[in-house]
Structure formats: C-alpha cells, structure tokens
Design a protein around this ligand. Sequence first.
Ligand SMILES: [Zn+2]
Length: 167
Amino acid sequence: MLVFNGRTHAAVGITIGLLLIEKLKIPTDTTVLIYLIGLYIGTLLPDADHKHAPMGKVIPLWLFLKHRTLTHSIFMFLLPIFLIKLLANHIPIIYLFSQGMFLGIACHIAMDLLNPTGCPLLYPLMKKKFNILRIKTGSVLDDAIFLTSMICLIYIMYQNFLIGRVV
Ligand SMILES: [Zn+2]
C-alpha cells in the first residue's frame, strides 16, 4: 500500500514547484519565498482533515470534515482562486502565495490518487473515490476518461484564473 506522509507530500510538491518556477514565470527575487510558502502550505493543507497529519495540528479541519472528503476534491482548488479574487487586488503578493498553494494542492491530490484508497475528486457531488493504481476491471476506460477530463479541467482553471494575472 502506498501511503504518503506530510513530509513526502511537501518534498515532492516543493520539488515540482521549483522545477516549474521558470515555466510559471515566478520572479526569482525574494518574493519567491511567498510562492514557496504557499506551495508548502498547499502540499499539506488537504490533510488538515486528519487528526495526526502535520496540518491537522495547525488547522483542525478534522473536527468538521471526514478524512479524504472535501479537501481531496477539485473544489479544494477554489480556495486559492478565492484568495486571488478577493485579495490580490489589494495585496499583490497573495497572487504568488495562491499560485504556490494551487500547485501544492494539485501535487497532494495527484499523489493521493496513487494510493489504493484514492480521492473523491467530485465530493460532495459524488462520493466515489478515484485512484490511478487500482482501477477496477470493467471500468478502466470510464476512469481513464474521467481522470483525463479532470486534468484538463484543472489545467483550464489554472490558465483562466492563475495565469491571467490580476491587473
Ligand atoms: Zn491526503
């Protein structure tokens, strides 16, 4: 069974985030730190719904949410998008912070999709948990199409909400 702890989530997320700095046109001056802080928080945030996870001790979402529900669905991406929409005009560094957070959340959910337990990507609309490594016989094509669409959807959300910088 493939289970990632907070440390691994953070390590993989930050590695990917660093590899993408140039592609995402993140400034390489001191403000890069804001992006990295957002990235770090994003890699850990989905597991705030777990009592023993590092982020669960800081933000105890487990008091209100079951493990691997809302924070492991595509609706979790609304958080960085809302932060940008609400605050980036007033506090420009929120943009970098949210960009890092978005990517961190994406890395976390992508890693949890490798776990046999999977993630309920459409929670609360649909409770079914999806995973990449243990696709059920008979529904391979179904899941493959669904996951491909989800990746496209996240990419489109990213292009529309995060690449088009707030002026
Ligand atoms: Zn998780």
